[in-house]
Design a protein around this ligand. Structure first.
Ligand code: COI
Length: 354
């Protein structure tokens, strides 16, 4: 790809790596390219990260034709910078785009855009423990038109932000509200895609959860409100009587890159992983009878996030005395060890950028 570079006059001051939070500071540059029917993808460029000019009638602002991805660049002890399974993000975005009638960004173009931007922004990849450069590729319809139809013009953009832990709790257990009224996804809908609309519809649940002292929502299936599916910003796994349970990828749950990696690792470690529907009643029962040994979320932003308590209607169960479980910690250490380069990457998941 031919990528034009536009230098900015002044580089921004870098934030304190010990207080990054999540997604608060944007780096100096962004990658942008445009699509229209005639030229398809064109004018690839790395330009200063600045506000963009959009027509108020642009389709994405009205009908949410928008998809995105989340990935990270990690700095190893030796100072190298690496990505984690970037092709999986590229392929997932193609699937999201198919569902939202948006043009695909070919895998090699997607990965090149991310790699080239990370090379330019290498000084922004933090080195403090638990920190990384979060990368947000996204695409949206730019055509200005108020008719509901497949737009004829799009922008693919990649922005970056240095981050610490996603949750204020850090890597400590979180309390989760099981949402029994609102739904996130039904088969045939967009639940398996990473599109802004899914997250917009989840915010009311998030507000309810926060009012009840919970960090996130556990969504149930949209038809019977009976089976556990995923948490607001991550997939979820349960260790019950020694076996692992997680919702299957059948159209309503996001096919997480971290989810897939953890399933691989768990199977390699000899665990039985059941990608099957688990009812919330069985989950609560396991919590009460002591067979629910651990629960944790998996996601790029959240990494591996232990769950300390589930609140469901008038009931609640505490998991592992609200402490991070042994397996959860082991998975966190192993996965992040691969990502930060301190554990041998026997799966060849990491990709060195510079
Ligand atoms: C991610 O884990 O990368 C996500 O996109 C979740 C989120 C912060 C919405």
């Amino acid at each position: 790809m031919d990528i034009r570079f536009e230098k900015r006059e002044h580089l921004k001051e870098k934030p304190d790596q010990k207080n990054l939070g999540f997604g608060k500071y944007m780096t100096d540059y962004m990658f942008v390219m445009d699509w229209d029917r005639e030229k398809e993808w064109h004018d690839a460029r790395i330009v200063p990260h600045e506000p963009m000019l959009l027509d108020p009638a642009c389709v994405a602002l009205h009908y949410a034709q928008e998809t995105f991805e989340g990935m990270k660049a990690y700095r190893t002890k030796e100072g190298k910078i690496q990505l984690f399974r970037p092709e999986m993000n590229a392929k997932r975005m193609i699937k999201s785009n198919e569902r939202l009638c948006m043009p695909p960004v070919p895998v090699d173009m997607f990965v090149e855009a991310v790699e080239e931007l990370v090379k330019v922004e290498k000084d922004w990849v933090p080195s403090e423990p638990e920190t990384s450069l979060y990368i947000r590729p996204f695409m949206f319809a730019t055509e200005s038109s108020l008719g509901v139809h497949m737009a004829s013009a799009y922008k693919f953009v990649v922005i970056c932000t240095p981050v610490g832990a996603y949750y204020a709790e850090g890597v400590n257990p979180v309390r989760i509200l099981v949402e029994d009224e609102l739904v996130r996804a039904v088969k045939g809908g967009t639940g398996f895609t990473k599109c802004g609309g899914n997250y917009a519809a989840s915010i009311l649940g998030q507000v309810k959860a926060e009012k009840q002292g919970c960090t996130q929502v556990l969504w149930l299936d949209g038809v019977e409100r009976k089976y556990v599916e995923e948490v607001g910003t991550m997939n979820i796994m349960f260790k019950i009587a020694g076996e692992i349970y997680t919702a299957p990828i059948e159209g309503t749950v996001l096919p997480g890159v971290t989810r897939d990696s953890i399933i691989h690792i768990l199977k390699d470690w000899g665990y039985k992983v059941n990608e099957t529907r688990l009812s919330v009643d069985d989950l609560m029962k396991a919590g009460h009878d002591g067979t629910l040994e651990e629960a944790f979320g998996t996601g790029t932003a959240a990494v591996i996030s232990p769950v300390g308590e589930f609140v469901y209607k008038d009931d609640k169960v505490t998991v592992n005395d609200f402490k991070t479980g042994e397996l959860t910690q082991k998975l966190y250490d192993y996965l992040t060890g691969i990502q930060w380069g301190s554990v041998e990457d026997k799966y060849h998941w990491t990709v060195e950028v510079c």
